[in-house]
Design a protein around this ligand. Structure first.
Ligand code: ZN
Length: 243
């Protein structure tokens, strides 16, 4: 096979490896964010729980305020007792005070219920926190592992890029620039195998004379359809050589 064609075939192999590695590296952030969804869910549930606690606490404070207001109203009503003129007014005022005392009792009871609920929520809070912590740990382990993997892939890709630079230095500029152009417009493939007269990249047939010349491997040919460089399939190259 032509020496330059051999270099182009090798270049395509290196580029295939770089393409594959880059795709894996690119997939990394998506994998990490997908893995983070369990942690996000645990955090959201914990936030919801905290919000319910806050709401209950606000309700309790409101009831506390209600008790204070009623106590102030009772004090005021008691002062008024001294000013009432009739027995009827006196009894009405006493009745009002009793009603307010009843309301206070009810508010205090409700307050107590909320406090009991808040108390028992403490153990729930512990399990919510533990779940978030476990998910955080799991996520951190996964992320560190992925980062290590990506680090390895990047090192490997750098190694291939260094090999690529060495190789391209040996390839004539005109050949290389055609390679680069086809590589960028033809799905990262600028070199294709010719097998049974077909270009294995675009799957179209080439003329027998061209196929023969590719098998002989004395000059570099391009597929007339997709313009990729053509190299002979391994077994065909051998067969031609034995003739
Ligand atoms: Zn082709």
């Amino acid at each position: 096979m032509d020496a330059n064609l051999e270099l182009l075939v090798e270049l395509q192999q290196i580029d295939d490896e770089i393409t594959e590695l880059d795709a894996q590296i690119k997939a990394f952030p998506e994998q990490v964010s997908q893995h983070g969804s369990a942690l996000a869910a645990a955090k959201a549930e914990y936030d919801g729980f905290r919000k319910r606690l806050d709401d209950a606490n606000k309700e309790r404070l409101q009831k506390e305020k209600g008790v204070e207001e009623k106590n102030a109203a009772i004090a005021k009503a008691r002062m008024k007792l001294n000013e009432v003129k009739t027995n009827q007014e006196y009894h009405a005022a006493l009745h009002e005070i009793e009603n307010m005392k009843g309301a206070i009792g009810k508010l205090e009871e409700e307050q107590l219920e909320i406090m009991e609920k808040l108390d028992s929520a403490k153990s729930d809070e512990k399990s919510f926190k533990e779940r978030v912590a476990a998910e955080e740990k799991d996520f951190a382990v996964f992320k560190a592992q992925k980062e290590a993997e990506v680090g390895k892939l990047k090192t490997e890709a750098d190694h291939h890029r260094a090999r690529r630079a060495e190789l391209t230095a040996k390839i004539p500029a005109a050949l290389l620039s055609h390679y680069d152009r086809i590589f960028s417009v033809r799905e990262n493939k600028a070199v294709a195998e010719l097998k049974n007269g077909y270009c294995m990249a675009c799957h179209q047939m080439v003329l027998p004379q061209l196929a023969l010349e590719v098998r002989m491997g004395t000059t570099i040919h391009k597929c007339p359809h997709c313009l990729r460089y053509l190299y002979p399939a391994h077994e065909e190259k051998k067969a031609e050589a034995s003739h």
